[in-house]
Write a protein that binds this ligand. Structure first.
Ligand code: B3K
Ligand code: ZN
Length: 885
């Protein structure tokens, strides 16, 4: 654990490196109780830093230095300085070689950063700053080097030895050991380094690129998982083709490998030619993975693959630029998923996620700009803001430039910066240069945190036939800044006449109308746009497709929202009108509950959803999305002070009312789809996802009726379905039901059947952790004693603790503070062995400002207890101290 006080690092302090590393030659000797790493670095003075030979300061952490040679001379302890985080040497010429040998302990590395063991396998995770736990190095993304790596290990336990690039040699060694050498011809920063050694099997395929080169594709897994790789392989091939077709990007090595590991801090990692994945982001087959899991695998495989260009070929100059690769790559993978599935449904899901979680982050103590100005621990900045909001920012550029202009910009960006480590400014500059536009004001999206508000008002002049929309933008204060300058907000909009038809859009001053949906740019604090030739009072459809990540408000009444739900030509806005209607109705119920009145559901919501349910022409996935009420977390986010109990009671009341009133329609839809499921073998495609999504949301409503025929249907679905999507939903509705006997039986039989499949057991944990019935904390505590639970495994922690604290709000926020105490204890424990996971799990406590004063005091008390608990990792220290500031 560190002894130095964590300190803030600032973007404004960036300086190019003093030295460069042209070549990196690594040899790993892996043993059961330690590993040895020999590094030979071919270095030179960075000409950009001028003359002179300042000390060479190499990064290194938790390394036992065995030997160091500078320019062929072995150094003695007097010749260098060694501190907790650095090794400092004095070069005596412009070019020189440094050799180091260090001893490390992957076998006891529980932080899962650097070289570590997952089960019996050796693997690495270097982004952002894990490479310094492997060897002394200039561990920063603007130092790019050509890597050659030799791995030596015992042959029997580690038959497969992998690293980045192409395999160039291998052979037997002494004492039952063997070795393999890999060479990566592309310059890369150390964070993209990877090594794997283990007893792995692989699924193989090939891909022929646009220039007819053949690339070998391999997915490596532990032998028992060899039957769960096909979906990931299909996803990989689709991603490779899509990136050629949509972005003109071809793969560049002869081989592309994915390795699945069970112990992994996040989803996956884009190491050059050797992606390492959390097994949850690779393995999928009908019997063990849900539709959502299949879609997640497809998206993550694509995301990591797309990084080969947006991240690897063109990388980041420094970690403040993280969104340069992450925001852009999320934008790319969303486009891919939209093309593979239903684009509207993908957009709905992304926006619902952004509004619930990123907006909450942007309103909390950890709020930061897409390109932050400062940080203490970079691991804390792999955030929804950098990823999801970063993707929205790239999406707005796409909206402003159009698909063709955007492609010109991305082509220029990749061509101009291939092999370089660059900044978000370089990305914008390429977009500007390729299109002849000025994005200076637009760049405020990179530097100003907080979610902008956009209040819209209208006025119609019947005599003049003009219709004006006035936009007022503002952005709340965030910890980094109080005053914000106006953003460029692209608003895609349309106007509907009283029959629901689209009106041709001609702005005052324009010669003719330009279509019925168009994008206007709001660039000032207050701005009015006037449309002419409008012969009746129209109804505006604003922010179509969610064209900007803002909180838009327009004084719609409920009848207008119902009208938009039915008539808007923009699918996203039809859904959003439904959400706004639901929010109004739920907020009314929440207020009734708070005043002690009896709850009365506005019948218009019932009738609006009845219309949706009976519309056979609508994509069934859309119907499922429209039937889903805004979640409790979203209702919390939009509350001034969130009343946990009232939100839960109001929402459950609405669900029950809808279930009772729509019973017949739901039952018909359920049965029709369930019958089809019984007849059709499982297929992981959009149309089938859609059918099962509607079937499953229908079942979850129907179950609220408590009717015996529904219980029988749930049991039948649980017992006889051939796929996890149907089984898990059936399990979840039973777990949330009052039918204790059936629930216990189902849980037991499920656990018995899947006890040897850790990913399925994760779902079993999550379903129980998410149950909002009373006694949630006790159930979670009991499950932590289950033999399948393991606190050292991040997936288990997320499945049980993450699901409880993040999704089971009524139980987590128990008024006695027991949920908070539990989470704080857990964070303190995790801090001792896996700081990244500790810091992530802390997020729910950082939202304390949203709650009533009693809960605020309890939450803050727990944050203070964590702060006082002893030696904190920089990860936890940063989040706790900012939350209490
Ligand atoms: N680039 C990695 C994330 C690394 C996180 C390090 N703490 C995965 C991704 O975004 O593709
Ligand atoms: Zn990424």
């Amino acid at each position: 654990m560190r002894t130095e006080q964590p300190k803030m690092i600032y973007l404004k302090d960036y300086q190019a490196p003093e030295y460069l590393i042209d070549e990196t030659h690594l040899t790993f000797e892996l043993f059961e109780d330690h590993s040895l790493v020999h590094a030979q670095l071919v270095m030179r003075r960075n000409p950009a830093r001028g003359a002179g030979l300042p000390p060479l300061v190499l990064d290194g952490q938790q390394l036992e230095l065995l030997a160091v040679t500078l320019a062929d001379k072995e150094l003695s302890a007097d010749d260098y300085q060694l501190s907790e985080n650095h090794l400092t040497l004095q070069p005596t010429s412009e070019t020189f070689t440094v050799d180091t040998s260090v001893k490390i302990h992957p076998e006891t590395n529980t932080a899962l950063e650097g070289l570590y063991k997952s089960g019996t396998m050796f693997c690495t995770q270097c982004e952002a700053e894990g490479f310094r736990k492997i060897t002394y190095y200039l561990d920063r993304p603007d130092v790019m080097s050509k890597f050659t790596t030799t791995v030596v290990a015992e042959q029997h336990s580690y038959p497969v030895l992998l690293s980045n690039g192409n395999p160039i040699a291998s052979g037997p060694g002494e004492d039952g050991r063997h070795w393999a050498t890999w060479e990566d011809p592309f310059m890369k920063p150390a964070y993209l380094f990877a090594l794997v050694a283990g007893d792995l099997w692989c699924v193989e395929d090939t891909f022929t690129t646009m220039t007819e080169r053949t690339v070998a594709l391999r997915i490596y897994v532990e032998p028992e998982n060899i039957d769960k790789c096909q979906h990931a392989m299909n996803s990989l091939k689709k991603s490779m083709r899509w990136d050629e077709e949509v972005y003109g990007r071809e793969y560049d090595l002869d081989i592309f490998m994915i390795v699945a590991v069970n112990d992994f801090n996040m989803g996956a990692m884009e190491n050059k030619g050797l992606n390492i994945f959390n097994s949850s982001a690779v393995l999928a087959r009908a019997e063990t993975a849900t539709d959502a899991a299949h879609q997640r695998v497809e998206a993550i495989v694509a995301h990591e693959y797309f990084h080969n260009w947006s991240g690897n070929r063109v990388t980041c100059r420094d970690w403040f630029q993280l969104s340069l690769k992450e925001g852009f790559t999320v934008f790319r993978d969303s486009g891919f998923s939209a093309d593979m599935n239903s684009a509207t449904v993908k957009r709905i899901q992304d926006v619902a996620y952004l509004r619930t979680h990123q907006f909450a982050e942007d309103a909390g103590p950890m709020a930061h700009a897409v390109r932050p100005d400062s940080f203490i621990e970079i691991s804390n900045f792999y955030t929804l803001t950098v990823y999801e909001k970063g993707s929205e920012v790239v999406g707005m550029i796409h909206t402003l430039l159009g698909a063709v202009g955007f492609r010109k910009g991305s082509d220029l960006y990749f061509d101009r910066h291939d092999g370089q480590a660059v900044t978000c400014d370089d990305f914008i500059k390429a977009m500007e240069d390729a299109n002849g536009v000025d994005l200076t004001q637009f760049k405020r999206w990179y530097s100003q945190a907080g979610t902008p508000r956009l209040a819209v008002s209208e006025s119609y002049d019947a005599a003049a036939k003009t219709y004006s929309l006035t936009f007022r933008q503002s952005c709340p204060e965030t910890p980094d800044k109080v005053e914000k300058l106006p953003f460029v907000i692209p608003v895609e909009l349309g106007l509907l006449d009283s029959k629901g038809n689209e009106i041709a859009l001609r702005l005052a001053g324009e010669a003719s109308a330009q279509g019925t949906t168009r994008v206007i740019s709001v660039t000032e604090a207050e701005q009015t746009f006037t449309f002419v030739d409008i012969s009746e009072q129209p109804l505006p459809s604003l922010l179509r497709g969610f064209s900007a990540p803002v909180k838009l408000s327009f004084p719609y009444n409920r009848d207008q929202l119902m009208f938009l739900m039915q008539h808007d030509s923009d699918g996203f806005n039809r859904w959003d009108a439904g959400q706004q209607l639901s929010v109004q109705v739920l907020q009314e119920l929440i207020a009734q509950q708070q005043k002690g009145e009896s709850l009365v559901l506005d019948p218009r919501l019932v009738s609006a959803l009845r219309t949706v349910l009976s519309d056979e022409s609508l994509d069934q996935a859309m119907v499922a999305e429209m039937l889903s009420l805004p979640g409790e977390a979203y209702l919390t986010e939009i509350s001034e002070v969130a009343d946990v109990d009232a939100i839960h009671i109001a929402r459950e009341f609405a669900r029950k009312q809808l279930a009772d009133n729509l019973f017949e329609g739901l039952w018909l839809r359920y049965q029709a789809n369930r019958d089809l499921s019984k007849k059709t073998p499982y297929v992981a495609e959009a149309e089938h996802f859609a059918r099962r999504a509607l079937q499953n949301i229908a079942l979850s409503y129907l179950m609220l009726s408590g009717k015996p025929e529904v219980l029988a249907a749930a049991l039948e679905q649980f017992d006889t379905s051939d796929n996890m999507t149907e089984r898990l939903t059936a399990l979840a509705v039973l777990v949330n039901s009052p039918f204790d006997e059936q629930k216990d039986q189902a849980l037991a039989s499920f656990a018995e059947q899947f006890k040897d499949n850790p990913l399925v057991m994760d779902q079993w944990f999550s379903v129980q952790a998410g149950s909002t019935l009373p006694g949630g904390l006790e159930r979670v505590k009991a499950l932590m004693q289950h033999p399948a639970f393991n606190i050292k495994n991040p997936n288990k922690v997320r499945a049980l603790v993450g699901a409880f604290a993040g999704q089971n709000l009524i139980n987590f926020h128990a008024a006695d503070g027991s949920g908070y105490r539990f989470l704080a204890d857990l964070v303190i424990e995790l801090n001792g062995f896996n700081p990244q996971i500790a810091s992530r799990q802390l997020a729910p406590l950082t939202r304390w400002r949203k709650y009533d004063s009693a809960r605020q005091a309890l939450m803050k008390g727990e944050l203070e207890r964590i702060r006082a608990s002893g030696q904190l990792s920089s990860d936890v220290y940063e989040v706790v101290s900012k939350s209490l500031a």
